[in-house]
Design a protein around this ligand. Structure first.
Ligand SMILES: [Zn+2]
Length: 1031
């Protein structure tokens, strides 16, 4: 048979032979399906709720037809489908084909059996691969149809807010005969055609592939299946021509990225997991080689409680090593904003779940789709038994191309993890020739390592792998001209990379994503909920632990705390905490925060009641004294508000020991009272003996001095606490992105509604307030507060926010010169440049921080503290805090309405470490608790203290599974090597170091000395201790 003479006609000839559009009357594609047959009957009922199968099948079903449409959005239609397979189909492969815009789940005999989604290329449920005469030919299926697509129901574009009135059409429901031999030939020819096109004309293998495909078309008579084997033999001969030894190895793993909430609510995700995973189980039954890497303990937990039958099957495939739990975390969380302790809990809840359910810990951290990665993560991974990390999101960098795909990532403490970015830059591959070629071509470390990951399966909205993806890759397993493609596991991949790791480079510090930098600010109520709930759970754990240690039968609320932690961790999912979700998700998230606040308040009250029972005054109002509780590990002297008679509040200056309490009868007199003076020009001066501030009528700081040194913070002619409004129109990802060019649209806010006036005259506290108009329709009211002895000025801010595509920031120009600013991150801090020298510098025009950022030169600096903000920047000598955004997609109502938040400015001598900026930022976030107390005298009580100000005792909780033991976690916060003594008044019998999963570290039993426990720290080291209490 002659080889093709003309390349283009040959290519197009093969294309037309496979076309779904052209010549289907006479081409191969037109033969994929044989006879068809409609259902015997089709009926449905519709419900606004997501109900279980048992409830659904009891409902009254009404007749329905193909072509009917259903809705509106988020409703569910249940279909009853009666089928009868024609006897003439004996021996044939029979599929139930279902096509609709909504996502479907097929139920058979009360069990979910197949997920169906057109967007995920799943429209068939295989009833039998060869119909037997003895099999029953009639059956009843139910199809649960969600009125949403794989990517929700955006109106017009994917990320547009959902269209509430969308209709979902059922376009196909029938039985068909599936011609497997035609399908196999189609897959052969598709691969050959792709190789012919993509390898390029100059490549010999391209011509060979084209030649083989052309010969196959010649051999095939589509009307005569007996001609197919000869064509398949031609393909097999081509595919079995092998590679040389040096060829790259691609480790293909099935995967299905399921956002735990995004363009759909949490409840729909539960069904997405079931639809996607049941499909994986069906594929595994037919393809014993298929592996599937699956993350997020929360999703396993959902399927465990909602789909126990499916879960049992998944457990079996986990045991076989095919269904592979990965990641080790509760959800794939945001990589920037959760606190250090939250990140530990992501792993603690996740790893413990995987251990309990599947008998093993995950050995890889898996976070393919998160918007940047904290430089603290390597240490946290290592502390949770993980040395390997997989992600790929940095391929989305807008400015700089990340220089590696395989490398060691080193965190702020020096911990390292082997990190791999699948070089195809996607977690949703489809097993195509183009993708495997890209995987090799893109790979920036291909001279150093010869293995890379390839995650195949539809993702984001679920979906997962398909049979066709697997069948493509089977043909590419080892064929000359393409990289080797083996179905593999994360462990096999990383083991191979570890063997070759001697040539790898190391990346030090954060993996900053140069995109999506608006996610530090969008959905301010979610950010605030996160910060507050982190504080609430911290305080409940500290106080409950102290109550437990005191004895008296207090039951540590371990299971309640686990439930609340899991709610908080779920909301840290990488489209919820970043604020990139639809309104329905925001509503759910805020409800979870409300639940944590409500239940947390109850738990805190129970702990305090037990801890301080004898001290508390049963009747508020007639108390002469005040009980003040401090959950932070250092002594604090602060002004607090205490309840007086008849609902009044009075102020008092109190001193409370570290992690403990004091009963205050006579408040302290301040060494110097706060003085507030109004001047003739309307400006106001405030001072407290520590700092002195001058504010103009618009509430702007024209001067902020340290009184001791007379050092001025505000440069001449500048104003700090200056609000500025920016146009904020990104290129596409509205809720996600703030672009560099927004900085060119800065407009200072200067429209005064109410000039500055004195609201508290001084003494223990002085305050002033003012109001501004922002933009056309928003307003801001601020109370600026100075407390006696306090080294910072506090800004309590209320905003009525009604903007569209605007960005509100507050700016503090300061008299400090430094090329770097310092930002708090999880259990530590890092520096970022204040200049835009290189593209790597200016790409970080908007960054994130936790409770503080600081700009210091030798001997002096200014810190900005905040109560619930994360977005920030420092350019030149201007510190900015990002306050509010107004994106319209995917939530058209994002951030509209009332906001209240607090930030503070703290000038200081010396370094921020020596000046106690870290401690003050904690204090701002963890207010002292006050309760009416009896007047009986009581000595102050301290449960824990730490000898070094460099070391923060962050966490005190009951140890997991060890009711008689306490877990404490400390970290070195200054970036120094230091020895610290931990003192405790708890009855500690035994102390040992443990890892972040609370597993004791062998041979690390600590000596209990009179000074306490001696602990050695290197910069930013996190240490966890188990303290066994005397019973
Ligand atoms: Zn995602």
């Amino acid at each position: 048979m002659a080889a093709p003479k003309h390349r283009r006609t040959a290519l197009e000839r093969v294309e037309k032979f496979l076309s779904e559009t052209y010549f289907t009357d006479c081409n191969l594609r037109g033969r994929l399906f044989g006879d068809r047959c409609p259902p015997v009957s089709l009926s449905c009922f519709q419900t606004p709720r997501r109900i279980p199968y048992d409830e659904a099948v009891k409902q009254e079903f009404r007749p329905a037809q193909v072509g009917d449409s259903f809705g509106p959005t988020w409703e569910t239609c249940w279909f009853k489908v009666e089928l009868s397979i024609p006897p003439a189909w004996t021996g044939r492969e029979v599929h139930f084909v279902w096509e609709s815009d909504g996502e479907g789940m097929v139920w058979r005999d009360a069990q979910p059996v197949q997920g169906l989604t057109k967007e995920g290329e799943k429209t068939s449920y295989i009833l039998t691969s060869s119909m037997k005469e003895t099999e029953p030919h009639s059956l009843t299926l139910y199809v649960e149809l969600a009125c949403n697509g794989l990517f929700g129901a955006g109106k017009g574009s994917m990320i547009a807010p959902p269209d509430p009135d969308k209709r979902f059409t059922l376009s196909k429901a029938e039985l068909v005969v599936f011609n497997r031999d035609v399908y196999e030939l189609l897959v052969d020819l598709e691969i050959l055609l792709d190789m012919a096109q993509l390898l390029g004309e100059e490549n010999q293998r391209s011509s060979q592939a084209l030649c083989a495909a052309n010969r196959m078309v010649n051999v095939c008579d589509v009307t005569d299946p007996s001609t197919f084997p000869a064509a398949r033999t031609l393909a097999a001969a081509f595919f079995s021509q092998r590679n040389g030894e040096s060829q790259h190895s691609i480790h293909a793993m099935g995967h299905c990225h399921i956002d735990s909430a995004w363009l759909w609510p949490y409840e729909e995700t539960i069904r997405k997991c079931a639809r996607s995973w049941v499909t994986v189980v069906r594929l595994m039954e037919r393809n014993p080689e298929l592996t599937f890497a699956c993350s997020q303990a929360q999703q396993f937990e959902w399927v465990r409680s909602w789909y126990p039958g499916l879960y049992k099957q998944i457990q079996d495939f986990v045991a076989k090593g095919q269904f592979i739990p990965v990641g080790g975390t509760w959800v794939e969380m945001d990589g920037n904003l959760p606190s250090g302790e939250s990140m530990v809990r992501q792993f603690l809840q996740g790893q413990r779940f995987f251990q309990q359910q599947f008998g093993r810990l995950c050995s890889e951290f898996w976070l393919p789709d998160t918007f940047g990665y904290s430089a603290q993560l390597p240490q946290l991974m290592r502390g949770c038994g993980i040395r390997r990390f997989l992600t790929q999101k940095l391929s989305w960098n807008l400015v700089n191309s990340f220089p590696h795909h395989t490398f060691f990532w080193e965190g702020i403490d020096g911990s390292r993890v082997l990190t791999h970015f699948p070089p195809g830059d996607s977690y949703g591959m489809q097993g195509r020739v183009e993708e495997v070629l890209r995987t090799v071509k893109n790979n920036k470390d291909k001279g150093r390592v010869n293995h890379s990951a390839f995650l195949f399966g539809f993702g984001d909205g679920g979906g997962g792998p398909t049979q066709k993806m697997l069948d493509r890759m089977k043909r590419m397993s080892d064929t000359d001209g393409l990289p080797r493609v083996q179905i593999s596991t994360p462990d096999q991949l990383f083991s191979a990379l570890e063997k070759e790791s001697s040539q790898l480079y190391t990346w030090v510090g954060e993996l900053f994503l140069e995109l999506h930098n608006g996610t530090y600010t969008t959905q301010a109520q979610i950010k605030k909920g996160n910060r507050e709930c982190e504080r609430i759970l911290h305080d409940v754990e500290v106080l409950s632990t102290l109550a437990m240690a005191q004895g008296a039968g207090f039951q540590y609320p371990a299971s309640q705390l686990q439930r609340l932690w899991r709610l908080l961790l779920l909301n840290q999912f990488h489209d919820v905490l970043p604020g990139s979700c639809i309104q329905l998700v925001v509503e759910d998230a805020l409800q979870y925060y409300a639940e944590i606040r409500r239940a947390g308040a109850g738990l805190q009250q129970e702990a305090v009641q037990s801890l301080c029972r004898e001290l508390l005054e049963p009747e508020a109002g007639n108390a002469g004294s005040t009980l003040v509780l401090n959950t932070l590990p250092w002594e604090r002297t602060e002004v607090v508000a205490k309840a007086g008679p008849a609902g009044t509040e009075t102020l008092a200056l109190v001193t409370v020991p570290s992690m403990g309490y004091a009963v205050v009868r006579e408040p302290l007199l301040p060494p110097q009272p706060v003085v507030v003076r109004k001047r003739e020009d309307g400006s106001i001066a405030m001072e407290n003996g520590v700092i002195a501030a001058c504010l103009d009528v618009m509430g702007r700081l024209t001067s902020l001095r340290l009184l001791d040194s007379q050092r001025e913070s505000v440069p001449d002619g500048c104003c700090a606490n200056q609000f500025a409004l920016f146009d904020d129109v990104p290129l596409y990802w509205d809720a996600w992105d703030v672009m560099d060019y927004h900085l060119e649209t800065r407009k200072p806010v200067t429209t005064l509604l109410k000039p500055l006036e004195v609201t508290l005259a001084g003494g223990l506290r002085g305050s002033v307030s003012f109001s501004l108009q922002i933009g056309k329709s928003s307003t801001l009211t601020q109370e600026i507060i100075l407390d006696a002895t306090c080294p910072y000025l506090r800004f309590l801010t209320q905003v009525e926010w009604k903007e569209a595509h605007k960005f509100l920031k507050v700016e503090f120009p300061v008299q400090v010169r430094s090329p770097n600013a310092t930002y708090e991150i999880q259990f530590g801090h890092l520096q970022r440049p204040t200049h835009w020298n290189t593209s790597w510098d200016w790409a970080r025009f908007e960054v994130w921080a936790h409770k503080w950022l600081d700009l210091s030169e030798h001997g002096f600096g200014v810190a900005l503290l905040n109560g619930c903000k994360y977005g920030a920047s420092a350019h030149g000598n201007v510190l900015s805090l990002s306050l509010l955004r107004a994106p319209k997609s995917p939530d058209a109502t994002a951030d509209m309405g009332h906001h209240q938040f607090t930030y503070a400015v703290m000038p200081h001598l010396g370094s921020f470490q020596d000046a106690g900026v870290i401690q003050r930022a904690y204090s701002l976030n963890f207010p002292l608790h006050t309760l009416p107390a009896r007047s009986a005298p009581c000595p102050p009580y301290s449960a824990f203290s730490v000898s070094s100000p460099a070391v923060v005792l962050e966490t005190v909780k009951q140890a997991e599974d060890r009711p008689g033991a306490v877990l404490v976690r400390l970290y070195e916060a200054h970036g120094s090597t230091v020895v610290a003594w931990l003192q405790t008044s708890l009855p500690v019998e035994e102390a040992m170091l443990c890892d972040l999963l609370e597993r004791p570290v062998a041979a690390e039993r600590l000596q209990l000395e009179p000074r306490g426990l001696r602990l050695s720290f290197t910069p930013f080291r996190v240490l966890s201790l188990l303290l066994v209490l005397r019973q």
